[in-house]
Design a protein around this ligand. Structure first.
Ligand SMILES: NC(=O)c1ccc[n+]([C@@H]2O[C@H](COP(=O)([O-])OP(=O)(O)OC[C@H]3O[C@@H](n4cnc5c(N)ncnc54)[C@H](OP(=O)(O)O)[C@@H]3O)[C@@H](O)[C@H]2O)c1
Length: 278
């Protein structure tokens, strides 16, 4: 199988390049594979002749998207559409990375793939509009929604908490947002399986289980062998530019239809802490 990855220099791309073996994989960063340049995207697809394209490239700064709306839509929606057009032209399959932030967070039970999109942030809106466009351009594409990504190869929440915990006696962390932490290594392995199984449609993939950011931080401090106190605070107390869903737990039902297993997030976190130390 030939695979072309856009966004290969990011957090997920890092793990995809490392985990993917046995296939012919080309990974592109923004400098050699800018998805906002349709001619360049077409040229890359013609040259690499992929069976699968994994589209992990995105403008992922959720707060930055609020003040850079045009850039958010140019990359996350229009850039994604450029890749989908090129995939259609070349007869390649496409797996697009989307987000739990396409939901409004008002549910109290896990989001299923058929639940209505109702994004609250510019980032979420750009991803939601990309999903709709991609399904029009390439109805058989695979839209993989994930959440709360962490791992080696980029900035992530556990790194921030471990850094702060080493210099402060106590940390205040939001306790009224619930989601599913996801280790980039486990997500990369799931993506490889889904491509090999010819997945299509919307699939939710996160590590198993869910927690609040506060519970996640408490587990990070514990796994890091630290004694720093972690205190729960409300979203209101920690104002950020972009609104976040209060509840964005993604149901595993769609990935289980492809027999894709994901370890619990606590297990994934421990493996990540070990990986950081080596
Ligand atoms: N991180 C999360 O918690 C999370 C949650 C849900 C969904 N997702 C989605 O999962 C995917 C991977 O996320 P990630 O955390 O790996 O993101 P990331 O670390 O920010 O990586 C994104 C990659 O896209 C590249 N990029 C940005 N603009 C581009 C452009 N115009 N053309 C080509 N490449 C471009 C970036 O390059 P530079 O670094 O050089 O700018 C970077 O390599 C994204 O689609 C994201 O929306 C992430």
């Amino acid at each position: 199988m030939r695979v072309t990855i856009f966004g290969a220099s990011g957090l997920l791309g890092h793990a995809l390049k490392r985990e993917w073996s046995g296939d012919e994989v080309v990974g592109l960063g923004v400098e050699d594979g800018d998805i906002c340049n349709p001619a360049k995207v077409q040229e890359i697809i013609r040259r690499t002749r992929p069976d699968w394209i994994v589209l992990a490239a995105a403008y992922t700064d959720v707060d930055g998207c609020e003040s850079n709306r045009e850039l958010a839509f140019a990359v996350n929606r229009d850039g994604a559409a450029n890749v989908a057009e090129a995939a259609r032209e070349a007869g390649a399959k496409l797996l697009f990375l989307s987000s739990d932030y396409v939901f409004d967070g008002t549910k109290t039970s896990p989001y299923e793939t058929a639940d209505a999109r109702n994004p609250q942030s510019v980032y979420g809106e750009s991803k939601a509009q990309a999903e709709v466009q991609l399904l029009e351009i390439l109805p058989e594409c695979c839209i993989l929604r994930t959440a709360w990504l962490f791992g080696m190869g980029g900035k992530c929440f556990p790194d921030t908490i471990l850094k702060l915990a080493s210099s402060r006696p106590a940390l205040d962390v939001v306790s009224d947002q619930r989601g599913c932490p996801t280790y980039n290594v486990d997500l990369a392995r799931a993506i490889i399986q889904l491509c090999r199984k010819g997945a299509s449609g919307i699939v939710h993939v996160t590590n198993a289980g869910h927690c609040s950011w506060f519970e996640f931080a408490r587990e990070i401090v514990k796994a890091g062998g630290m004694a720093t106190e972690v205190r729960p605070v409300s979203t209101q107390q920690m104002a950020r530019p972009a609104p976040r869903p209060a509840y964005s737990v993604l149901s595993p039902a769609s990935r289980l239809r492809y027999w894709v297993e994901m370890p619990p997030w606590q297990d994934a976190l421990r493996r990540y802490i070990l990986e950081r130390r080596t």
